[in-house]
Design a protein around this ligand. Structure first.
Ligand code: OGA
Ligand code: NI
Length: 355
């Protein structure tokens, strides 16, 4: 079963999956500190937030803010409905990923990620000799700020790939701004407390995650347990195939599929800004032996040069500052990828006290 044939670092997981039952040794997870890799788990009672209630000020707004506060201080995530993005745009976004995946490998390789870079079409980045690899291929693109886009990595086939992703980016940017305002309100802070740190030119990456079928879903991760380094992550799940799980109180829960809802989770930057009130949750994705799975994640972070720190109004004698302040895009990505690939939590690097 477990082949230890030399792994060609440029060989895509999609090709390994098409080859048959052999799983190269480097993908096999030997250590599961957060619990076994299994889908036999309870379904999560995931909070559902109605964005239209947050953005209008109506009689139901306060109720929705309370739900938001409760969701983020317990799970760190929720499903968002009535988000205003047309369902056909969401379908097209995911479908474009599926169409791209069907292209011959030589056509996809035009967008290949360079070994040392993040952006492009590629598999798990290898940073460590003993790193266990995730069973996933990706297209990873900087989508904001617009003048930072590297269009050479943006697929031109299918034809609507670029325009659909551009439109989706605009919409996600607006949703995140609404959420950041609401999150401040939910903590009785001035509306712009988080937005001021986030800025007007956020750094946003969109990542298509492709999880080919895997002959032994119990031995590998689609994505290993991690928390996101972003302020907020917006994720469109596969419309049919489950796989995402969140950890709460040492127990994994499966995220249910709710067509056209988006999953939102806060990342480490919001945990820091909220001085630990909002939790950046650990999550992972599992593979499936029969079906491929596609998800589209957009990681939204403050603009370049912003300093991230716990909002002053949240600090007092009872609640001391828990995290160091740091420069977002400058300091964190390097810490993030190193910690992540070693299965450690990058946020520990900015904690003032070890817990
Ligand atoms: C991620 C992630 C989950 C999924 O890309 O950071 O957590 O369901 N993805 O693909
Ligand atoms: Ni994630």
């Amino acid at each position: 079963m477990a082949g230890d044939s030399e792994l060609d670092p440029y060989r895509m997981v999609q090709e390994l999956a098409e080859d048959g039952d052999e799983i190269p040794e480097r993908f096999i997870c030997k250590d599961t500190p957060y619990g076994l890799i299994t889908a036999s788990l309870p379904l999560m009672d995931i909070p559902v937030i109605d964005l239209s209630r947050l953005s209008s000020s109506s009689a139901t707004t306060d109720e929705e803010l309370e739900k938001l506060q409760s969701a983020l201080s317990s799970w760190g995530c929720f499903q968002v409905i009535n988000h205003g993005i047309e369902f056909c745009l969401l379908d097209e976004l995911r479908e474009n990923g599926r169409q791209f995946l069907k292209l011959p490998m030589k056509d996809k390789q035009k967008y290949a990620r360079a070994a040392s870079e993040i952006e492009g079409y590629g598999n798990d980045m290898i940073l460590y000799e003993n790193q266990t690899l995730d069973w996933t291929d990706r297209i990873y693109l900087l989508v904001s700020p617009e003048d930072g886009r590297k269009l050479q990595y943006w697929p031109e086939d299918p034809k609507s790939f670029r325009v659909v992703l551009e439109e989706y980016t605009t919409r996600v940017k607006m949703i995140v701004e609404t959420l950041l305002k609401s999150m401040a309100k939910a903590l009785n802070l001035p509306d712009n407390s988080f937005l001021n740190q986030y800025g007007e030119r956020p750094v946003m990456y969109t990542r298509y995650n492709f999880y080919p079928p895997c002959p032994r879903p119990d031995l590998v991760h689609g994505v290993k347990p991690h928390a996101d380094g972003s302020a907020i992550t917006v994720l469109q799940q596969d419309e049919e195939v489950e796989g995402l799980q969140f950890l709460k109180d040492n127990q994994w829960f499966r995220v249910p599929i709710r067509p056209h809802a988006l999953i939102v989770n806060v990342g480490d930057e919001i945990e820091v800004m909220s001085n630990g009130i909002f939790k950046s949750p650990l999550h992972r994705a599992l593979t499936n032996s029969a079906k491929e799975r596609i998800s589209v994640a957009t990681f939204c972070s403050p603009e370049v040069g912003k300093e991230i720190g716990s909002v002053e109004e949240l600090i007092n004698d009872k609640n001391p500052r828990l995290y160091k302040t740091y420069k977002t895009v400058k300091d964190y990505p390097e810490i993030f990828f190193k910690y992540y690939q070693q299965g450690k939590r990058p946020i520990d690097a900015v904690k003032l006290y070890s817990s």
